[in-house]
Design a protein around this ligand. Sequence first.
Ligand SMILES: Cc1ncc(COP(=O)(O)O)c(C=O)c1O
Length: 381
Amino acid sequence: MGFGTRSIHEGEEPDLASTGDVVVPIHLSSTFARRTADKPSMGLEYSRTGNPTRSALERRLASLENADHALAFSSGMAAETTILLSLLKKGDHVVAGEDLYGGTRRLFEATMKRFGVAITYVDTRTNSAVGRALRNRTRLIWLESPTNPLMRICDIGAISRLGKRHGALTVVDNTFSSPYIQNPLDLGASLSVHSTTKYIGGHSDVVGGAVMTSDDGLFESMRFNQNALGAVPSPFDCFLILRGSKTLHLRMERHSDNAKAVAEFLATHRGVSRVHYPGLKSHPQYSLARRQMRLPGGMLSMELKGGGAAAKRFLSRLRVFTLAESLGGVESLADHPSSMTHASVPKAERERVGITEGLVRLSVGVEDAGDLIADLKSALS
Ligand SMILES: Cc1ncc(COP(=O)(O)O)c(C=O)c1O
């Protein structure tokens, strides 16, 4: 079945043997009765281990990412932590993209390094840079494509093949694209991870995360740790993410149309020196983006000519865009990466990578494009 049909029906088939609910109920029970001590009567024991609303969400998420399995978590960071603690041990090595979401980098630097895991950051636009960074103990290659916030694209298929030859698993943080736009597992990656807080939830009213895979062994190990570490979402949060996911296909079309219109406007504005958007022909990896993404998506960033002062002035003048962290909701948001989402990345490293004080990131929502462009025009004037 097509994506739109699966996003509405998968995991939420009405159960005509009981109530016939069209929408999966929010199962609040923290524990489940059994008839005998030896085994759960209905397959359910305790809500950290398994919950019917969460199972419905996990079935939906697996289907959207063309995966055999999905696990839902209480946040994107909880999903990432569970992957890392399930797959790594002391002495292992990770090759990661150099302009990842700041929180992912903080997890690597502040937490994983304390457990004796080594990390090498590389510019993942170049496959050979990834190849050169691989070591005997490289267990994971951690990618974002497009990257946050510079919208750089990496060749997921080629890097996954490189990793496989070396015995390393490729993980793709697919938050920026959503499963409607890009399916990393189809391209060869072993794991796709999402902050479902963003496009999948889509309404800026819930925090969540997910991991999808078709590898039974990886799934079993992460399912064990979903329960053992306990970073699970509440049934109400699962319901909200299920509800949001039903319109993912519609929203992503509009996000992409609006972002393209906004990027084309910004690219011609004299106050803007550079626009990073994979849907512009001027993007250095435009053809790779077209090959591996169905649409260019709703995220873009731009460099303002006047640097940090111009960026802060611009952000304070916006009226339709809201100055706030996060992305992927129906409403347009603006972010100043160097002082907000990427403030935890050391300044020297930010500057080396290209996250300057003049860089502004936009999450283009699904409002009327004309109103968004008028807002940007007036804030830039
Ligand atoms: C690309 C990306 N990955 C992961 C995360 C972390 O997700 P969460 O905030 O749901 O923990 C974020 C959050 O902004 C993100 O932008």
